[in-house]
Design a protein around this ligand. Structure first.
Ligand code: FAD
Ligand code: DLZ
Ligand code: SF4
Length: 512
């Protein structure tokens, strides 16, 4: 062992000042290594705005660490000596600094975890991989929760997290207001558009971001997305300003309109904070405490505060637990045996289905769509059209600025595509046009008629929904939560059923 410095690698989604690998390190005797590498920018073809956001946030974070007294060795993507991978760049840094040991915080996906685990042997020096404690629930805690149960339900996991954090709990250990979950109050159809609708802050790209945007336009010209709409925060201070904007303006109605969709309104009452939480610019627990405070001050109704906190300490923690618990093969699951290719319009938004054109169009513009668009528009369509879930997974990983495999994969493959057979949801999130019509204003300006199931102008979601149920009858018919739709199908006249299946077949053929 040399008496050189400690080499501390900080990855692009670890932009937290006291990330585990840095927390106990000695500033005077450590080199922080940050690496922009081709492997990470191209392991899938990320949206241009996602690459620009991460690289800019990394460069700003390096500056903040330097200001705080750290020595930072920062490798840029356009450095001619750059070897293009975390492992090769750590090897080069070892030559530069002759460190006594390497420290790093665990990665957010199996692919990179395998890389980090190879370092100790490859570099023949002590390598410490620190657990990422920015999450409430450790791997060990989730595993013991999971193995103790025959059937997993997010709701019970969420209650355990409420008890653990004390968020929205009374002093005698009961849920605030008497109920754990106020979702029933959170399904209001879209409101009228008005001037009081919240607007997230649009941050103007500074010189650092502009330089990265120029590089991204050239180097990643083939990737989806545009940059002229780029508005992301790239520093902790900016992300905190966006957080405050959300708490002040959108949170008071977040719950009410959580599932609503409006034409040309990409953000509604959503927080648009997921890219910052996932990259480490915002702390999820601090955010939940700020939400609780607004509720206790009487500024926010309980259904909105509870609904928001559930997304973070419930869903976010739960999907992470599932990702790591299920192992690296989870991505290959395909419980419904779906095999159709992802239609080309997922890359362009060029389709007559107005709901799809809206959800995909704003994804191309902003690298963002809110949950119900991801689940009930693009996800629902892929599910009922029988698209190969792995292709759907890769699309979601590429197109959203907040996408990292630990959170994207269980949401896509599990929750949205039912490809894990029901770990994430007790029934598939499949719906016909009536649901979309109830929760949005999309159908009013669509060339299709949402009320029709068959015929030239029939909404494609309608026939596809029934066709999906019948195609998968042997796997789904015994699900008690689907008993009603299967009964309704049986009640349909034989010629209507035949026409519906023919309509679906014709539409699916047109996708090929
Ligand atoms: P808000 O509606 O304001 O919600 C608040 C926060 O709760 C989010 O910022 C997020 O941190 C958390 N959250 C809400 N729902 C979930 C969820 N299901 N899983 C995890 N966290 C949640 N979220 C990602 O962060 N990255 C992804 O790659 C991702 N892929 C998804 C793919 C599909 C098919 C689906 C259905 C959902 C996916 N989600 C993903 C979850 C959710 O859609 C996004 O977190 C949310 O839309 C982000 O926007 P927001 O910050 O405005 O969220
Ligand atoms: C997503 C991403 C991109 C596009 N680029 C980089 C990069 O150049 N350097 C880096 O450290 N991280 C990047 N990331 C985030 C990583 O992919 C992420 O840290 C790993 O998936 C580990 O979770
Ligand atoms: Fe979407 Fe059908 Fe409504 Fe058109 S009619 S917007 S395709 S649900």
């Amino acid at each position: 062992m040399t008496d050189g410095p400690f080499l501390i690698a900080v990855l692009g989604d670890q932009l937290t000042p006291d990330i585990a690998a840095l927390r106990h390190a000695d500033k005077a005797n450590s080199i922080v290594l940050m690496m922009e590498v081709a492997d990470e920018t191209t392991y899938v073809k990320h949206h241009k705005a996602k690459i620009a956001f991460i690289l800019s946030a990394m460069r700003h974070h390096a500056d903040a660490l330097r200001m705080a007294g750290w020595t930072v060795d920062y490798v840029r993507l356009d450095d001619p000596a750059n070897q293009g991978s975390f492992t090769a760049e750590v090897a080069r840094a070892i030559e530069r600094h002759d460190p006594r040991a390497v420290h790093v915080t665990e990665a957010g996906e199996w692919r990179v975890r395998a890389m980090l685990e190879s370092w100790a042997t490859r570099f023949a020096m002590p390598v410490t991989i620190h657990e990422d404690d920015r999450f409430l629930c450790s791997h060990a805690e989730f595993d013991s929760w999971a193995v103790a149960r025959k059937q997993w339900r997010m709701e019970y996991f969420y209650r355990a997290m409420r008890r653990k954090t004390g968020l929205l709990m009374t002093q005698d250990g009961k849920p605030e207001g008497g109920e754990w979950n106020y979702d029933a109050e959170n399904r209001k159809p879209p409101p009228q558009r008005d001037l009081l609708m919240p607007r997230p802050i649009r941050f103007r790209p500074d010189r650092v971001t502009q330089a990265i945007m120029t590089m991204v336009e050239v180097r990643f010209a083939e990737h989806i997305g545009r940059l002229d709409q780029f508005h992301f925060a790239v520093t902790r201070e900016e992300a905190l300003r966006q957080q405050t904007r959300f708490l002040d303006e959108a949170l008071p109605r977040f719950g009410d309109y959580q599932d609503a969709m409006l034409t040309d309104e990409p953000f509604l009452w959503h927080s648009i904070l997921s890219p910052y939480i996932n990259a480490g610019l915002l702390d999820p627990l601090d955010l939940c405490r700020a939400v609780e405070k607004r509720y206790r001050e009487g500024k926010v109704p309980l259904n909105c505060a509870e609904g928001f906190i559930r997304q973070i300490i419930g869903w976010r923690e739960y999907v992470r637990g599932v990702y790591w618990h299920e192992g690296p093969d989870y991505a290959q699951r395909n419980a419904l045996g779906a095999s159709r290719d992802l239609p080309a319009f997922y890359w362009t938004g060029d389709t007559d289905m107005h709901c799809m054109a809206q959800a995909i169009g704003q994804t191309i513009d902003h690298g963002y769509a809110h949950h119900i668009q991801r689940l009930m528009i693009t996800g629902n369509f892929a599910l009922i059209a029988g698209i190969d879930p792995f292709q759907v997974h890769v699309w979601y990983l590429e197109v959203y600025a907040d996408a990292y495999e630990w959170v994207e994969l269980p949401n896509t493959l599990g929750m949205s595509q039912f490809a894990d057979g029901g770990l994430l949801g007790s029934k598939p999130y499949a719906a016909g046009g009536a649901y979309i019509n109830r929760m949005s204003d999309y159908c009013g300006s669509c060339r299709y008629d949402v009320k029709q199931r068959v015929g030239e102008n029939a909404c494609p979601f309608n026939a596809l929904y029934w066709d999906f149920l019948i195609r998968n009858e042997n796997k789904l018919a015994r699900n008690p939560r689907l008993a009603m739709p299967y009964r309704n199908w049986e009640r349909m006249a034989e010629e209507d059923r035949a026409a519906t299946r023919k309509q679906a077949a014709r539409f699916l053929d047109s996708l090929a």
